[in-house]
Design a protein around this ligand. Structure first.
Ligand code: MOS
Length: 735
């Protein structure tokens, strides 16, 4: 059997999805569910004076109305995950759109209608809704205790400060870039169905980390974690918004407990955009100092991000890009947070790396223009061999090969060097490029693998498939590891009661699950071999296991051969199973691991209207070994689509009154098919065995890093206009 690794396997769950058989959160049938709808605040900050719920209580089908004046008891979430406020427990209003009420009714329509009848009066206070008014902010504490320092500074001997290093540089670019919040907008809106059986709670909800979600809900409803199970069999997109368990999950659970019936609570699109996190508003300043030959002498990256009082993502956009990409003698990263009275922020699609790369890669393009140098040549001149911020070496870094291969595929050579001079009819044509980088994680993960008497192989992990292709990737790796056809493999995913596997966050599922599956498969083969020699009536009874071999689902020894299903039948066992054993040694902390890539974009900008359109896009990635070609390509293309959307369309400014400008997908613009040209994605073919025995690094978010900069750099090349505030809209391109 040839290995399916790296081949173009169709999604194993594709048929379930296109036939509607795949069950998302609200599709799971439960017995006589009630329906909840939340009521939200109309002011950004202040205190509730009164609420009138009489009309809602008397509305058809209504069974319960809860407010801070008639609360449901809820507890705080464990610190660090999402929001830190607890709805309905007090009368404070901390942001516009905060949950101030919950209506439960027989149908979802009745609940929504009744919720609209609730009125509130407030004592209003002034709210901090402007990032620029809150500058300079306070230093960021970083993402997590084990993460890289958020504010590394590395100075050459004798250099007093980054400002001194910049002053001493022959050439300096100084660029400031701003972006408003962006919304995750996964296609499936957030929702929860909560079902209690005695004191056990089952929650159906799309989650990126079901065991963490279960622990959070348990804490918030005052139950022990072993009493809560979260089922996320199919998830309509995560993008970071499904890492925390937001308040709606806990509210559904306590309402269901109180009423003794299942409760289903689905947020509207607008509520999802407010209540499940957003990418923070951000301003960044990058200063690059260089010699005339392009050698970087000083790199400074400062950022300030929105940090809501109710909690959120301690965004660190610079460390993972500017701290990683280019060699420099002097490096200073300064990341700040600005306290605001806005809804909770959260990680979104390359949360640090995508905005960080937009800033750095714009500045690098400006430096190339200032020096009159080709942007690829500039990057090659400063290619790092050790991580600038930490001194670590890489498991593998082949970024230079990505530049060369991409330039060749795209046709970069012979590029016109004078911006704004290539005209075709009414369109100005330009090309731009940028680098991609995203960390790869090799933390140990554990899966359970079973061989069943039905002839099936079952791989089980709590990891959900967010649409990324995890069902397919897991099936491919298990098929390869056990030498059984892929249609005999069943991936059982998205359930907090299963072994952890890997969290579906930070592009880490494939990089962690692939080696975990391989090592569980080896343990399983040992277990099967032991069963074969211990089972009375087996052709291998009493033999030395060392004389037996496992091959393609069969134990073989001498002239004897038996499939695992036959051996299980003789043994009267429905299945044998094994878990991933603990890793032999912790990963080498002197090694860094990242995915890399090079993006190339051609745009056209209309001479009279300023309308920017993408003509074509080519990217080459360095991700180690690709396991599942079809879903890997889909992830990388999807990331580039996000990059194009972020460059040209996606934005959700917060108005002075604390309201998001967009509350639906008519106003919050995402890239659609008509915005997207053919996207040419390829990868280098290299197995990164220093990263893991499977050789595959994660790649989920990599495509979205740097792609917006490639677009904006191409727009500069087309027009001679440098736009540093995202998105690049046509009004900025009209002369
Ligand atoms: Mo992703 S923003 O790492 O969930």
């Amino acid at each position: 059997m040839s290995t399916p690794i790296g081949s173009d396997v169709a999604r194993v769950d594709g048929r379930l999805k296109v036939t509607g058989a795949a069950r998302y959160t609200a599709d799971h049938p439960v017995d006589r569910p009630l329906h909840g709808h939340v009521v939200v605040s109309a002011i950004a900050r202040g205190r509730l004076r009164s609420m009138d719920v009489d009309a809602a209580r008397g509305a058809p089908g209504v069974v319960a109305v809860h407010t801070p004046f008639a609360p449901l008891r809820l507890y705080p979430a464990p610190p660090g995950f999402g929001e830190n406020y607890v709805p309905l427990q007090d009368r404070e209003v901390r942001f516009r759109g905060q949950i101030i009420g919950l209506v439960v009714a027989v149908t979802s329509e009745q609940a929504r209608d009744a919720a609209a009848l609730v009125t509130a009066t407030y004592d209003q206070a002034s709210a901090r809704t402007s990032l620029s008014a809150g500058l300079p902010g306070v230093p960021s504490p970083g993402m997590s205790p084990e993460g890289p320092s958020p504010n590394p500074t590395v100075l050459a001997p004798g250099v007093r400060s980054i400002d001194a290093a910049l002053r001493a540089s022959a050439v300096v670019v100084d660029t400031t870039l701003r972006q408003e919040p962006q919304s995750h907008v996964p296609m499936e809106p957030h929702g929860t169905t909560a079902v209690w059986q005695h004191d056990h709670l089952t929650v159906y909800s799309g989650s990126q980390i079901p065991p963490l979600y279960a622990a959070t809900v348990a804490a918030r409803v005052g139950a022990t974690p072993d009493r809560v199970r979260v089922i996320s069999t199919f998830v309509g997109g995560g993008f970071g918004a499904r890492v925390p368990a937001w308040s709606e999950a806990a509210l559904a659970a306590v309402a269901a407990r109180e009423l003794g019936r299942p409760v289903r609570l689905t947020l509207t699109r607008e509520q999802s955009m407010i209540l499940t996190g957003h990418r923070p508003a951000l301003t960044q300043r990058v200063r690059l100092g260089a010699d005339r030959d392009g050698t970087l002498t000083a790199v400074s990256h400062q950022s300030a991000a929105e940090m809501p009082a109710v909690g959120g993502w301690p965004l660190t956009p610079a460390t993972e890009t500017t701290g990683v990409l280019y060699r420099t003698r002097n490096l200073a990263i300064d990341q700040r947070l600005v306290p605001m009275d806005t809804p909770a922020t959260w990680a979104m699609r390359g949360p640090n790396e995508a905005p960080g790369a937009f800033a750095l890669e714009t500045a690098m393009d400006e430096l190339a223009v200032t020096l009159g140098m080709d942007p690829i040549e500039l990057r090659l001149r400063n290619e790092a061999t050790t991580v600038p911020a930490t001194g670590q070496t890489w498991t593998s870094r082949r970024l230079a090969d990505c530049y060369r291969a991409g330039a060749e595929r795209f046709g970069w050579a012979g590029r016109n060097r004078v911006p704004g001079t290539r005209v075709e009819g009414d369109w100005l044509i330009g090309t731009g490029m940028a680098s991609a980088v995203y960390p790869a994680h090799a933390d140990p993960g554990a899966v359970r693998m079973q061989l069943r008497d039905t002839g099936q192989v079952v791989v089980s992990a709590s990891t959900p498939d967010l649409g990324t292709g995890t069902y397919t990737m897991v099936s491919i790796v298990a098929s390869d590891a056990l030498g059984v056809p892929i249609d005999r493999v069943v991936a059982e995913l998205g359930d907090s009661s299963l072994p952890l596997g890997a969290p579906a966050v930070g592009s880490r599922a494939a990089g962690i699950l692939a080696p975990a599956i391989r090592s569980a498969a080896r343990a399983l083969i040992t277990t099967l071999t032991d069963l074969a020699v211990r089972t009375a009536g087996s052709p291998f009874e009493g033999r030395d296991p060392a004389g037996l071999a496992y091959r393609q689902g069969r134990i073989e020894g001498g002239a004897d051969s038996a499939s695992f299903a036959e051996l299980l039948e003789v043994a009267h066992r429905p299945a044998v199973e094994a878990m991933t054993p603990p890793p032999p040694a912790p990963p080498d902390s002197n090694l860094a691991a990242h995915g890399f890539g090079a993006h190339f974009c051609e745009v056209r900008v209309h001479r009279h209207t300023g309308e920017p359109r993408i003509n074509r896009f080519t990217s080459v990635f360095d991700v180690g070994r690709v396991l599942s070609a079809r879903t890997a390509r889909s992830q990388l293309v999807g990331g580039i689509v996000f990059g194009i959307g972020g460059a040209l369309l996606e934005t959700n400014p917060i108005e002075e009154n604390g309201r998001f400008a967009a509350g639906n997908l008519g106003d919050y613009l995402v890239a659609v098919n008509a915005d997207i040209p053919p996207i040419d994605v390829t990868w280098l073919d290299y197995t990164d065995t220093a990263f893991s025995p499977a050789g595959a690094r994660g790649l989920g978010e990599l495509g979205t890093v740097g792609s917006a900069a490639a677009v904006a750099n191409a727009i500069f090349d087309a027009t001679g206009i440098r736009v540093r505030d995202l998105p690049v809209t046509l009004d900025a391109l009209i002369r």
